[in-house]
Write a protein that binds this ligand. Sequence first.
Ligand SMILES: *Cc1c(COP(=O)(O)O)cnc(C)c1O
Length: 467
Amino acid sequence: MRYVSTRGSAPALDFAGVTLAGLAPDGGLFVPEQWPRFSHEEIAALRGLPYATLAARIMQPFVGDCLTPERLQELCEEAYGRFAHVAVTPLTQLDERNWLLELFHGPTLAFKDVALQLLGLLFEEFLALEDRALTVVGATSGDTGSAAIDALANRDRVEIFMLHPAGRVSDVQRVQMTTVLAPNVHNVAIDGDFDTAQAMVKRLFSDRDVTSAINIGAVNSINWARLMAQVVYYFAAALQLGAPERKIAFSVPTGNFGDVFAGYVAAQMGLPIERLVVATNINDILFRALSDGDYSAGTVTPTAAPSMDIQVSSNFERLLFDLGDRDGAALAAQMAGFEQTRAMRLTNAQRDGASALFCTARADADDMAQAMRWAWEECDCEAIDPHTAVGLHAARMLEWSNDVPVVTLATAHPAKFRDAVERATGYRPSLPPRVGDIFAREERFTSLSGGYEDVRKFVLDTAIYRA
Ligand SMILES: *Cc1c(COP(=O)(O)O)cnc(C)c1O
């Protein structure tokens, strides 16, 4: 399998190449040259497989020759063996129509573990084959940072610098990052908000002094391997609910359009999906884009679902590319316009293409609190986190034809956002035992307040590996 850039002018790479590269050199994102397709019979034959085996089967066409099927299976067993539930991503029924797909049984309590546990192993594997090292640099509003640090701590040939906005991540999120004392983990608290941290990371990636000194890599969801790993649980859930004989709908709490794009990929591969609901909070650029074609970025308003407090959804570009006949030059021009003005209109072809599969809804603070209360009061004390609540609100408010099961992706454990859950329901979820005594452990991080030059110097002085 070869991968091409959404902006049409970067050389095609294989799976190992795109895993280590992250962003394409022309500023685009990598997508497979074509979607692998499974027939009805092939999908039916996937029923009942253990999660790791299902994962290896779904991912093999994307990995191509870069790993043998046996090696891919081993890596999946290792990655998913670290989950606290045998089903890895179990389903829970809420009422006759609604189900939750629990994606939070990994080490750091959010769905990002599903992809990042595997990505850590893929980095180690491909870096050993190529005999080189990677310095991962990222910014986080909380969940990506903790999941990436857990996945990369103590791995060979890779180190990670993770920037978080000082004082603006939850206590649980902070200690999940800062109590990891592995020598290849460098936590940095930035004086500013998430956008400040994110802008610094972007500058590091285009700073020649940095890119010539270290071999810089990315773990955010622009990395194709993450999306690929997320395709698997759409299959796992749909197979349990009767696919391929029956169509299933999914409601996905969305920020960067990564998780829901994985659902789109599953549909392209042949999984019968009735609808994909793009559920946003009041940071609603995707809601506006899909409901009336207006993709324009405002300023971020903080909500109780901080991992979705995003104005520019990087992965949306992958959908626009696929819906626009994969015309990289045309998309490069459209995106250049957006980057200048922070606004663009979707073309009619993009709008029509999107409306064939996607629908959208948005939730404000009241909607989120109500969804949390409904699950708690009407569904046998089911505690859901505020991100999941955005998805559940959308699932319950849209109209569905008679017998379609609607699966809301439960993207975080309620204890990870226990203050918000307690405010809505009166119940304070406790951290599962696997998290251990993180609040009693030593924390280590570097606080930097002097702006970009400070961060750059810290990275260059501290990095263990050199290009
Ligand atoms: C990251 C995150 C999301 C949003 O996922 P995207 O792939 O960015 O759309 C939703 N919920 C939680 C808990 C998250 O951590």
